[in-house]
Design a protein around this ligand. Sequence first.
Ligand SMILES: Nc1ncnc2c1ncn2[C@@H]1O[C@H](COP(=O)(O)OP(=O)(O)OP(=O)(O)O)[C@@H](O)[C@H]1O
Ligand SMILES: [Mg+2]
Length: 498
Amino acid sequence: MVVAEPLLVASAVSKHYGGIAALEEVSLQVRPGEVHCLAGENGSGKSTLIKVISGVETPDSGSITMDGKSFARLTPRQAISLGIEVIFQDFSLFPNLTVAENIAMATYVAGGRRTVRPRTLRRIAAEVVSRIGVQLDLDARVEDLSVADRQLTAICRALARDARVIFMDEPTTALTWREVEALFAVVRSLKDSGVALVFVSHKLEEVLRVSDRITVLRNGVVAVTGDVSRFDRAAIVAAMTGRAFTETSPADSARAGAPPVLEVDQLSLRGYFEDVSFLVHQGEVLGVTGLLGSGRTEIAEALFGIIPADHGTVRVDGKPVRLRSVHDAIRAGIGYVPSDRLTQGVFLDQTISLNVIAGSIDRLVGRGNLLRRGKAQQMVERAAAELRIRMSSASATVRSLSGGNQQRVVLAKWLVRNPHILILNSPTVGVDVGSKHEILEMLRAKGRDGMGIIVISDDVPELVAVCHRVLVVRRGRITDELTGERLTEEAIVKELVA
Ligand SMILES: Nc1ncnc2c1ncn2[C@@H]1O[C@H](COP(=O)(O)OP(=O)(O)OP(=O)(O)O)[C@@H](O)[C@H]1O
Ligand SMILES: [Mg+2]
């Protein structure tokens, strides 16, 4: 086999933020037509490396070489003109423009034309869309698209600008598994056309399936790089964490005969879900799964008073509760960690401390309505240690944290409140494999302490590992309950697609 010359080379790139070395002499080679995975624990420097290569951040030292030409730094515009594209998590699309306009506008304007002819835009867009063989409605407005289609639009825009290396930072986190399959088909077709893809993922099955090569970062340095065929799951985790690691699933069972903490009886919300009834016992972790649009998220949102149900009853610790608003839900002892944490869960520009205690201020004020600082600090420190939040100090902003550490702040905020029932929507999305296990273990421990836990997820292995029981929701109804022997990955997948 002839090994292609690298297309893009980052050499000895360093980047510090204050006292923290996000990257230290990191080198990366990307070959044409390869799928290259960037792996590493939360905070290891993956996103920073992508930002430096794409010109979003300026490196302290090192160089970036594309087609044999070296640069000490790039501007975003230079990077794009060299064929380096990043699909950011927010996709940076214009929501009120059409798919065709988003895909073709930049190319068209860069061509120096002054008038925009819709027909030309459409032709450019249609060509790119057909090149990677996807179905996209060119005339739809981006704001009306699903996350998966927005992502495809961003990929098509990159291709319209002649991308040769496309970076994707955790592209599959917001997708359902069916959409992930569709994305991988696109990845394969890009690869065949010689475009290189560098992607970040915490899902190792995914990495092993689609990548040709892998680079693992650990604490800002390259721990290992090489052909994926040389690695298995354990080897990647060992490179990430620097230690041998066994993933065992906790095998305890919920206390038999424990009283229910939550009783949901015939809950309905027209158009979303109907006749939903279930119990959560003390010490139990209940899973709820279903495809996108099945109603699983709406059930959670109804229990948290975001979109109140229009029929049915809910009891917490045996007492009926009214859930007409979020305020009602919190007062009833229900907590909710949303899936879209970055927009719903945190104040990015506030400190980590403030975010963690934001929901518990009532418990932290003493005489004269003064905040008891010592107690607040203790609360923050304990939560940060429990969730292993990697931060320079608790007074840093949440924005300065890596993605996975931002997620932990949202979890911390709810855990310190100690609700009777905690509903978590996709709790470990974006969390590295090592910590995922720890977070799940911690949820089980909270369960043992008496908290009722509901995990909404479509991460099937995770459901099997952490839940005592899993409810499957289809078209707004609970269609199955899997427990004991029947609680297996195969059974869940089978029920999901049935
Ligand atoms: N703007 C910033 N200000 C201060 N520190 C930052 C900033 N951006 C990143 N960092 C720090 O740099 C380190 C690397 O962060 P980075 O976002 O690259 O991690 P990551 O590997 O992408 O992690 P994750 O898997 O959690 O997304 C972290 O310690 C982070 O707190
Ligand atoms: Mg990141």
